[in-house]
Each structure stands twice: as C-alpha cells, then as structure tokens.
Design a protein around this ligand. Structure first.
Ligand SMILES: [Zn+2]
Length: 482
C-alpha cells in the first residue's frame, strides 16, 4: 500500500510519508464565520472529510485540526452593520456551520481552535518573528512580515517576487517598508475588537492565526495542510513564510507542512459562483430542497482537484441515482437476509481503497460502486427462487458497499429510511402532496378490489402525469417520484 497525493508544493504526485510513522498531522483551513456556509465550503470540507476517513481506514492515526476564523475584517464589518458583537456573531455562524457540515455527513475535527481563544499564542509567535528579524513594528501599532527575508516565499504559488511586486501596493494608512510585506498585527481602530500586545491594542492578521493554531495543536512540522486553491496565495504562502521563519530553518518552505493539497472551485451552470452574479448558494438553500447525502454523493462525483459544476438539474439526477442505489441495497438486504456473506469482503473493497490511494479518486470509486450495483441488481431481478449462492452474494454485496460507503460517508442509512427521505424531498420540489398520493392509492386499491380496472388504471396514469410512479408488490403499492 502506498498513498499517493498531488502535492502543490512539488507540483506532482508523491507518496504520503508521515514524519512519524503511522501518524498524520492534518491542518485544514476552516471558515471565516461571518455568514452561512456556501457550496464551495460543502465541496472542500466533504473532500477533506473523505481524506481523513480514508487515511484512518488505511490504519493511520490522523489528528485532524480545523480552525474557525472568528476575528476578521469581514466579521467586524458584518457585526457593525448589524450592531452585534463580532465574536458573538461569529459564534452563531460557527454553530450554523456545524449544523450544515453534520447534514452533509462530515465528521467533526479532533480540534477546532478559534482565533479569539488563541491571542496569547499569536502574540508570542509575532514576538518570535520580530526577535528573529523576519518582522518589524514601524511604531504605529502595526507589525509586518518582511517578505524578502524568506527565500522560498514564492515556492508554493510558483510565482517570483517580481510578479508579485507588480500586484502589490501600500493601502492608505499602512506603514509597510515594502509593498510585498503583509500585516501580522493591526493596530486597533474604533469599533473593532482589540487585545493588548507589546505594540499596543490591536488584533491579529488572518495568516498568522493559522500558523499559531497549527503550532499549538500539531507542532512545528505537520504532514498535510489542505484548503481551496484560492488559498494558495496569499494565505498559505504567508502561513509558510511565518511558520518556517518562526520554528523552521527560515529557508525551506517544506519545513512547515510536508504536503499540501488544494481543491478546485465550484461553478454554477458553468459560471463562477458569486453574490454579484446572483448564483450564490448556501448549503442551507440547497439542503432545504435536496437530500444532504445526495449532495455529498454528487460532490464526490468530481475529482477534488477539478472545478466542480453545480446545477439543480444535475443534483436532482444525482439524488435519483442515490435513491436507486438504496433501492438495490434494500432488495439485496431482504433477499440476502440470514445468508452468510460470500467471501471475506475482499476484492470490491480493495479496489475502492486502491482508487482512493491514487490521489483520492472518488469518481473512480463511484464508477466501481455502479458496477457492483449493476451486478447485484442482475442477481436480485433474475426470475425464479434465489439459490443459496445468490443470497450469499447479495449479503456480501450489502456488506462491501457499506464498507466502501463508510469511507465515502454515504450509504450508511437504513435503505427504507433513506428512500422515504429522498422521496419526500423530490415530492416537495415537485409540489406533490404525499397524503394526496396515499389517498389516490387507496382509491385505486378499492377500484381494483371491485374489478374496476379502467378506474384503477386511470388513477395510475393520472399520478404518473404528476411524476408519481406506482410499484405494486406483495406488501401492497408503494410509490416514488420519477
Ligand atoms: Zn489558514
């Protein structure tokens, strides 16, 4: 077994070899909690959740740290608009973030540090950078990082300082010695939360927060750091500069995190998702209309490094596909009940793990699952009584796909429960009232009992025109939304 991941720092696939054998120290940049989580958050946090689950399934002991940025310009601005305390506003949106991530089936991290609870650590780290000559305080209460002191500054983003200088500028009120430099500490302004420091009252810059929280909870060198590709520059670039200067050799970018993974963007109907384009979706918007597991299943259908395209129509399609997987699982459970599963749970699970070892190739695993479902359906739908071998195969199928599903965070619900939930969502989107459907099914049963087949067929066609398909079985008639 060898787990290969695409490492942004070296720009290629590399075997993940942790610093300490068997243990992975993972830091994921968490959200800046000034609003509800959007689809971009759903995408990246589902991906990193699968990374954690897969590494653990491979026997690695993962310490997963994901922060909450609860001190930030955007939070302060929003809180001032609403005349609310910024830390309280951030705490409210952090709770909402948990609800949304739970609904997507993400595991909670082992540690979730908040900036507001780490100010002494942040101040101490900045003091170290000043003492080592990597940072300076011009005397107005700000502290800046001297970018030119760190030789591998552009290594992660593959940019050199000449490229960066053309885009850099000094904002009014800033007292940087060099336009490339960035703020570690900002002097207090009226109406902002502020803490005491050796440079006077103020608050930390965004980048230093992650360096301080990584150091505190995972130590000076971590194995893996992840985030969206929009964070490569400047956020992760600056994290590296700070951490390597404070606790590393001050030269080599890989002295902080040994590997870096970055996920692609989310697009809506092939356009960038943005508030100004009016195509901005929060996770709650989407989960009000669609099943949470369906959204997760859909997100896993695109490789994490690729940009991801969202539309209601393709999510509805994915939800339907997930429903059909649960239908097969339901059939397999019922037909295979009591049979002892064939095999040891080998080949199918092994193939899925191998695909995940290859840079977390979730689309490939979903393709493998689709094949396993086709094979199970073929056995389940074959005419005639099931043989003991058939039943053992179906029992093994149920066991194996649930095992793979555990790593992907899907297919863990009871099939009947999942099917009801998915049907409920689809019905609500189409404006179909389940009570009306049930009433029509009872009328149809009465018509059939009275041998009034014209009427019973009429009811079936009428429901079908609304998008409701009836399935007659030994337990009576059930229905789904087509
Ligand atoms: Zn960060």
């Amino acid at each position: 077994m060898s787990i290969q991941i695409h490492d942004t720092l070296t720009n290629g696939k590399r075997e993940l070899v942790p610093l300490e054998p068997g243990k992975v120290r993972l830091y994921v940049c968490g959200p800046t909690v000034y609003d509800f989580a959007h689809l971009g958050h759903a995408r990246c946090y589902v991906v990193w959740d699968v990374v954690v689950r897969h590494l653990r399934a491979r026997g690695l002991e993962v310490t997963f740290v994901r922060n909450f940025t609860d001190v930030d310009d955007k939070i302060i601005k929003r809180a001032n608009e609403r005349r609310e305390d910024p830390i309280a506003l951030a705490a409210r949106f952090a709770d909402a973030f948990h609800e949304d991530m739970d609904a997507l089936g993400n595991l909670r991290p082992d540690v979730e540090p908040r900036v507001s609870a780490h100010i002494p650590e942040i101040v101490a780290l900045i003091e170290t950078l000043v003492a080592k000559g990597f940072a300076y305080a011009p005397g107005n209460g700000d502290v800046y990082y001297s970018v030119r002191k760190f030789p591998e500054y552009g290594r992660l983003s593959k940019r050199n300082l000449d490229d960066l200088i053309s885009g850099a500028r000094v904002e009014p009120g800033e007292s940087k010695a060099d336009p490339l430099d960035f703020a570690l500490w900002k002097a207090a302004k009226p109406g902002e939360p502020a803490w005491n420091s050796p440079w006077g009252k103020g608050r930390p810059g965004w980048h230093i927060e992650c360096s301080a929280m990584t150091l505190k909870h995972l130590g000076p060198t971590i194995d893996l750091h992840t985030g969206g590709k929009d964070l490569v520059f400047p956020h992760h670039t600056n994290e590296i500069a700070q951490s390597v200067a404070a606790t590393g050799d001050g030269v080599h970018a890989d002295a902080f995190s040994r590997y870096w993974m970055h996920n692609g963007f989310v697009q809506i109907d092939d356009e960038k998702m943005s508030k100004s384009l009016g195509n901005f979706f929060t996770v709650r918007d989407v989960l009000a209309r669609f099943d949470g597991e369906a959204l997760r299943f859909f997100l896993l259908g695109t490789h994490y490094r690729r940009d991801f395209n969202f539309s209601d129509a393709i999510l509805a399609e994915a939800e339907k596909r997930l429903g059909s997987l649960y239908e097969t699982l339901d059939k397999a459970d019922k037909l295979g009940a009591g049979a002892s599963p064939a095999g040891r749970g080998g080949a199918v699970v092994d193939r899925a793990r191998a695909a995940l070892d290859d840079d977390i190739n979730t689309p490939q695993v979903l393709g493998q699952l689709a094949e396993a479902f086709t094979a199970a359906n073929a056995i389940a739908d074959r005419k005639g009584k099931k043989t003991p071998e058939d039943r053992a195969e179906l029992a093994a199928f149920g066991r194996d796909v649930r095992e793979i599903g555990r790593t992907l965070g899907i297919l863990q619900r009871h099939p009947e429960e999942a099917l009801l939930a998915i049907r409920g969502r689809a019905a609500a989107r189409r404006g179909i009232d389940p009570a009306m459907v049930e009433a029509r099914i009872r009328e149809r049963a009465a018509a059939r009992a009275a041998k009034d087949f014209a009427r019973s067929d009429g009811i079936r066609d009428e429901l079908l025109a609304l998008g409701v398909a009836l399935m007659d079985g030994p337990q009576g008639t059930s229905w789904k939304v087509e």
